[in-house]
Design a binder for this molecule. Structure first.
Ligand code: N2P
Length: 358
């Protein structure tokens, strides 16, 4: 978790509130505090300060760069945060462990702005605990000055000519799932032979990679030119490509994942009403669209799309708004798959570590 970013963002939000002064306070002010836990750089620049100025609720942001660590933090203290962003599989896991608060959907009247195909999903039937925030896929980003992909394949990340300049994501589930996919298997395989093959591929790949890095480190390493190719979520890839014209991205022909990130309220939130107000605010077409336009991630907000609020270039980008044809949705872990995957990941970790980041 990058505490600094969190503290800095909270300070900026605080300053903005001071600048807005008491004149912005009106009868919609509800007061109180809202503690938010999100991926780094996963709101638009004014999302939080605009909310604070309109509703008079003081907003504090902590950020994380590892979703599993974020989930553990919530488990150890489910009262610490009021709103958290979590992917679908983790929503299911946290709901099963009774760590999430049940939403009062009557406090989220803008839910119909969400495209119905993102509602009532397997990880949270009836949206009892979560509201979809962003969605996307994972693919290969590369620098056209240094990498020459023969086709659209995950194998570019195993090209020896890119040794030391390639990165994989710091998420064991994503690395395992996409390696399985690159071998032609299901993203969520539980076949021991297939898992063993995937382990061997990642172990062979390890000497070539600069590291298992968080998405912002990969995004920024690609922008600066320190990294030449990497596995990356499409949204962060779209952000990077807007900053460096030598960058390109593809979703490999072998297929990839389809993820949805969601807004949830931890079980012991101290401001559930403020949290629901915030979730509803995010679903406003203009607020949600600004998040897509800044972060590069697709949003499931049908109203925003119908009102053409998403930048044309982003809408047309395969990185940001991929076609779902060759994507496979994540499915929550059950005990058996979790233990098989944990064993496989432990096998990967036992092998020599990745070479140092340049
Ligand atoms: C945001 C990372 C989102 C992760 N930078 C995709 N679930």
């Amino acid at each position: 978790m990058s505490r600094w970013t969190g503290v800095l963002a909270a300070a900026i939000v605080g300053l903005a509130a001071l600048a807005a002064g008491c004149t912005s306070a009106d009868e919609s002010d509800t007061g109180g505090e809202l503690h938010i836990f999100n991926w780094e750089d996963y709101f638009a620049p004014t999302t939080l300060e605009d909310f604070q100025a309109e509703f008079g609720i003081e907003v504090f942001l902590d950020t994380f760069d590892d979703e599993q660590a974020a989930a553990s933090a919530i488990q150890s203290d489910p009262s610490q945060y009021d709103v958290v962003v979590l992917s679908g599989s983790l929503v299911a896991e946290m709901a099963e462990r009774k760590l999430l608060a049940e939403l009062d959907l009557s406090n989220i009247p803008d839910l119909p702005n969400v495209d119905p195909k993102f509602l009532d999903q397997s990880w949270d039937p009836g949206n009892r605990y979560s509201v979809p925030y962003t969605w996307g896929s994972t693919g290969v980003i590369y620098n056209t000055k240094y990498a020459e992909p023969a086709g659209k394949s995950w194998s570019l990340l195993r090209d020896p000519s890119l040794a030391g300049r390639v990165a994989l994501l710091n998420d064991s589930t994503v690395v395992m799932g996409l390696t399985l996919k690159s071998l032609g298997y299901s993203l969520v395989s539980r076949d021991p032979g297939e898992l063993q093959e995937a382990v061997e591929v990642v172990v062979d790949q390890k000497p070539l990679i600069a590291g298992f890095l968080d998405p912002i480190a990969i995004r920024d390493g690609m922008i600066s030119g320190d990294l030449w190719a990497a596995q990356l979520y499409g949204g962060d890839a779209a952000f990077a490509m807007a900053e460096n014209e030598d960058l390109a991205f593809f979703v490999p022909d072998e297929g990839s994942d389809f993820f949805v990130d969601n807004l949830v309220i931890p079980r012991d939130s101290n401001n559930k009403e403020g949290a629901e107000l915030f979730i509803n605010y995010i679903l406003r077409p203009d607020v949600h669209a600004a998040i897509s336009n800044y972060t590069g991630y697709a949003i499931p907000n049908q109203a925003a799309l119908e009102q053409n609020l998403i930048d044309d270039e982003l809408m047309a980008s395969e990185a940001a708004y991929p076609s779902l044809d060759i994507l496979e949705a994540w499915r929550p872990f059950d005990t058996e798959r979790l233990s098989l995957w944990n064993e496989a990941w432990a096998d990967i970790q036992r092998e020599a570590s990745a070479s140092p980041y340049p």
